[in-house]
Design a binder for this molecule. Structure first.
Ligand code: CP
Length: 380
C-alpha cells in the first residue's frame, strides 16, 4: 500500500500524473503500466467508462482486507484532508466516508449544515469557496439539487466527490452495490438485475442503471406507472430524461457537460434496460433484486393511493422473490421502510445482502478517496 509521500502522484484539475515518469511515457503506455484514475472528481457513473468502473472496483478489492484487521488503519492518506459537506441527512454515506478517510489516516471534517453559516444565509458557492480556501484535498458533497457537485467542481481546487445530488446520481452507492454483486456472483456481465420501486426519484437507480449496463448486465425496472415512466428506457440514450425530475420539482438542472456528451456518444449502443409493466415480470429469473425506498421527501404529489396498496402491489415478499433465480440476492440501499417496499422476513433472510452493502460501502469509499486524492489504480 503506497503512502502518499515519496514519488506520489500529483494531481492537477482533471488529470492525474506521476511526476517522475509522465514525460517519458505516452498516455497509452502510462495507462497500461499504472492505470491512473484520470478523473480527479467523481461526479457520476454516467461519465465513466467500463474500464474506469472496473478500475475503481479492483482498487476497492485491494482495500478490503484492511477492514477486517484488528487495527483498521494504514498511512496511505496521511496529511490529506477530506471535508464531508452534507446538505441532506445521511447515516450510511456520511459515516462510511468519514470511516474511510480515517482508516486511510486522512483528517476528516464533517460540516453540519444546521450549525454552519449556511443557516445565516451564506450561499452554497460562498460556503464552497471558503472551505476550498482552507486547502482540503477532497470535498464530499450531498445536496438535494441535481448538479450541485458539478457546479462545485468548476470552482474548487479540491477534488469533488458526489455523495448524492437530488434525483440525479449517487455514484458511490452504485459502486458499492457492484462490489457486493461481484463478491457474491463473481461477475456482473450477463446477470439479470431487477430494480423495483420509486425509480423516477432515485439517484441510486440512475447510477446503478448506468453502471450495470456499462458492465454488461441486463436491467429491468418496475413499479407504479407514475414512478416508472415507460420513456425511462431512454435514460441510457442520453436524451433529456435525467433532467425531468429536477425540472418538475423546480430544482437546478445543471449537469456535467462531459457526462451529457458521453451519454450522447453512447446513444448508438442500445441499452439493456427494460421498463416492465408488472413487478413480477422484472423479478422473474433475476439474479439480483434491488429494492428502492419510497422517497416521500422527493414526492410533491400522490403517486399511489396508499402505502398499504403500494406494499400489496409492489412490495418484495417471499412469494415474489421466489420468481427470481434460486440463488438470487436481495439488495436495498437503505434506509428501509420495512413492511412497505420490502417485507421484514425478506430483509432479514439469508438472501438479503443489505448489511454487506454497508460493509463494502466503507471499502469502496476508501478506494474513491484514494483515487480522488491522487492514487493510481495499479498501486492501491
Ligand atoms: N444509501 C444511502 O445513501 O444511505 P444514507 O442516506 O444513510 O447515506
Amino acid at each position: 500500500m503506497p503512502a502518499s509521500s515519496s514519488g506520489s502522484p500529483r494531481v492537477s484539475k482533471g488529470v492525474t500524473f506521476n511526476v517522475r515518469i509522465t514525460p517519458l511515457l505516452t498516455r497509452g503506455l502510462l495507462q497500461r503500466m499504472e492505470k491512473p484514475f484520470r478523473r480527479r472528481d467523481l461526479l457520476g457513473i454516467r461519465s465513466l467508462s467500463a474500464a474506469e468502473i472496473n478500475g475503481i472496483l479492483d482498487t476497492a478489492d485491494n482495500f478490503l482486507e484492511i477492514n477486517s484487521r484488528e487495527i483498521k488503519k494504514v498511512p496511505t492518506l496521511r496529511g490529506k484532508t477530506v471535508i464531508n459537506l452534507f446538505f441532506e441527512n445521511s447515516t450510511r454515506t456520511r459515516t462510511s466516508f468519514e470511516l474511510a478517510a480515517k482508516r486511510l489516516s486522512a483528517d476528516a471534517v464533517n460540516i453540519s449544515i444546521s450549525s454552519s453559516s449556511v443557516s445565516k444565509g451564506e450561499t452554497l458557492l460562498d460556503t464552497a469557496l471558503n472551505l476550498d480556501a482552507m486547502q482540503p484535498d477532497c470535498i464530499v458533497v450531498r445536496h438535494s439539487s441535481a448538479g450541485v457537485p458539478h457546479q462545485l467542481a468548476k470552482v474548487s481546487k479540491a477534488a469533488i466527490v458526489n455523495a448524492g445530488d437530488g434525483a440525479n446520481e449517487h455514484p458511490t452507492q452504485a459502486l458499492l452495490d457492484a462490489m457486493t454483486i461481484r463478491e457474491h456472483k463473481k461477475k456482473i456481465k450477463g446477470l439479470n438485475v431487477a430494480i423495483v420501486g420509486d425509480i423516477i426519484h432515485s439517484r441510486v437507480a440512475r447510477s446503478n442503471i448506468h453502471l450495470l449496463t456499462k458492465l454488461g448486465a441486463r436491467v429491468k425496472v418496475a413499479g407504479p406507472g407514475t414512478l416508472v415512466p415507460k420513456d425511462f428506457e431512454h435514460l441510457i440514450d442520453g436524451n433529456s430524461d435525467m433532467r425531468k425530475p429536477a425540472r418538475e420539482q423546480g430544482r437546478s438542472t445543471q449537469l456535467d457537460d462531459n457526462a451529457l456528451a458521453d451519454a450522447r456518444a453512447s446513444a448508438t449502443n442500445r441499452p439493456q434496460l427494460e421498463v416492465c409493466a408488472h413487478v413480477e415480470d422484472a423479478i422473474r429469473d433475476a439474479d439480483v433484486v434491488m429494492i428502492l425506498r419510497i422517497q416521500r421527501e422527493r414526492q410533491d404529489s400522490a403517486y399511489f393511493p396508499t402505502l398499504r396498496e403500494y406494499s400489496i402491489h409492489y412490495g418484495l415478499t417471499n412469494d415474489r422473490l421466489n420468481l427470481a433465480k434460486k440463488d438470487a440476492i436481495v439488495l436495498h440501499p437503505g434506509p428501509m421502510n420495512r413492511g412497505i417496499e420490502i417485507a421484514s422476513d425478506v430483509a432479514d433472510s439469508s438472501r438479503s445482502l443489505i448489511l454487506d452493502q454497508v460493509k463494502y460501502g466503507v471499502t469502496v469509499r476508501m478506494a474513491v478517496l484514494y483515487l480522488a486524492t491522487g492514487g493510481s489504480m495499479g498501486n492501491a
